[in-house]
Write a protein that binds this ligand. Sequence first.
Ligand SMILES: [Zn+2]
Length: 116
Amino acid sequence: MTLRTCIFCFAENACEVRFDKKARPYVVCQVCHTRCFLRCVEAIRGLAICPTLVAAAIQRRREEPQYKSWFDGEIVRTISFVNDNALTPPVRTEQLGLSSQKTAIPFSFDSDFRAG
Ligand SMILES: [Zn+2]
């Protein structure tokens, strides 16, 4: 299926719907390498709508400083939660030079962010 905006890392043209050996659908991102299996038809609703909502949110983030603050804060809080609770954190803040900057996000939305 057509590549779409990744609902996990927000990279454009990065996600593709594939089917495993048993023809079960899953999404894979070429940028963040997330694989997400779609176990019920309800999960496909998000796949259909979320890329458009993410694009609108990123545009709003560019235009509204207050929204940008909330948007970035939600990401930082979620990264901190995962890092504080995962045995093997996917984001190693010390490797990113963020050990003393828990309020910084390790990437930018201000430039184009796309696969290929
Ligand atoms: Zn991704």
